[in-house]
Structure formats: C-alpha cells, structure tokens
Design a protein around this ligand. Structure first.
Ligand code: 5GP
Length: 190
C-alpha cells in the first residue's frame, strides 16, 4: 500500500532491536484518515471470505481493527492482556511472548463474544514473529471459530511470523512488508 509506505518513510524511525516506531500515526497519535484507508484496503483484500467478527489484541491493534470493522459491518473483539496466570472459567485464554516488551503475557476473551458460528478476521498493527497472531488463533480454536484471515498493517518480513502463518495455510495480508531496516534505512518488499 503506497500511502502507508510513504508515511513510514516520512515519519517512522528505527529503534534498537529492529523495532519500528510509528507513534506519530499508528501507535500513539492516530491518523484516522490513513487508518480509514487501511480498513478499506483490508476489506478489498478479504472480500472473498465471510467475516462475522474482527479479533485483535489491546491496545495498538484496536484502532485499525475498528476502522476495518466499519467496512465489514461486524463487531470488533479485542483480547485483554493480563499478567495473571489464573485461568478464569468464563474466558478463553492463551499465552504470547511480546516482542517489544520481552515478556510473556496472557490474552483473554470472554466466552460470551465468540463461538463456533464465527468466522474471524484477525487484525493487528505489526506482524513480527507471529506470537500475537498465534495467541489469537488459539483463542479462536478454543471457541470453535474459524480463522478466515490475518491482516496486519506492517509485516517485518525478516522475522519469521509471516512465513510461519502462510505455511500453516492462513491467508495473510500485510499492507506493507519491510524487507530490512539496517542502519535505519527502511527497505520494502515490492
Ligand atoms: P509478533 O507477536 O508478531 O511477534 O509481534 C507483533 C506484536 O508486537 C504487535 O502486536 C506489535 O504491537 C508488536 N510489535 C512487533 N514488532 C514491532 C515493531 O517493530 N514496532 C512496534 N511499534 N510494535 C511491534
């Protein structure tokens, strides 16, 4: 998506540990016009699959998930992050390792909001090692829901998540794929 590539080149910065900071338009201040264009693009790319719910994880996936949900006209569910290991009976739970925080966390979704009639589209801001996506897939599995696709704004193609999920047979759509960002020089895949 050319608009997003342009914005990354203009406003993103590369931090230690291959972390791309996009706080000025996606992760802290939100460019709603750009988010809207991204939601519309996801609708185009996933127009061939049935979607009953959009599933993401708090907090940075929520805005993009909401703008996407407008185009699909379906609800958004965001998994809540928790450090508590105790498993509650009324939630589906899974574990993921946070790339940016270097710590494990638990994701929880109430059993009230997802079930075996659902076809779920997973949306997130970044795809790195695929930990967040795998955690959300596990929640869908526990609910008996079908995962019909995984959409993310920025895939870091030099990390393993995208390929791992595609090899498992998921339809993965990334609006941009960063091939490398060595020395702060961001290069995209075509
Ligand atoms: P994964 O779970 O695929 O390893 O990493 C994706 C999650 O980690 C996303 O939900 C995102 O919040 C965070 N993340 C991973 N890499 C980056 C990055 O380079 N920049 C930012 N801002 N977040 C990232």
């Amino acid at each position: 998506m050319e608009l997003l590539k342009k914005r990354i080149l203009e406003d993103a910065s590369v931090y230690e540990g291959n972390v791309l900071k996009v706080d000025s338009f996606l992760n802290h201040q939100l460019d709603v016009g750009l988010l809207d264009a991204m939601g519309k693009e996801f609708k185009k790319r996933f127009s061939d699959v049935p979607v009953t719910k959009i599933l993401t994880v708090e907090a940075s996936g929520i805005s993009l998930a909401c703008m996407t949900a407008v185009y699909f006209n379906v609800p958004v569910i965001f998994a809540k992050k928790s450090n508590a290991l105790n498993m509650e009976e009324d939630t589906y739970n899974s574990k993921a390792y946070s790339y940016t925080r270097s710590a494990e966390y638990i994701m929880k979704v109430s059993k009230r909001y997802i079930d075996n009639n659902d076809s779920v589209l997973i949306i997130d801001d970044f795809l790195a090692n695929g930990e967040a996506a795998m955690g959300l897939i596990e929640i869908a599995r526990q609910a008996g829901a079908k995962v019909v696709g995984i959409g993310d704004a920025i895939e870091k193609g030099f990390q393993k998540g995208g390929n791992m999920l595609r090899e498992k047979g998921f339809k993965v759509e990334s609006l941009v794929i960063v091939k490398s960002m060595e020395n702060g020089n961001i290069i995209f895949e075509e």
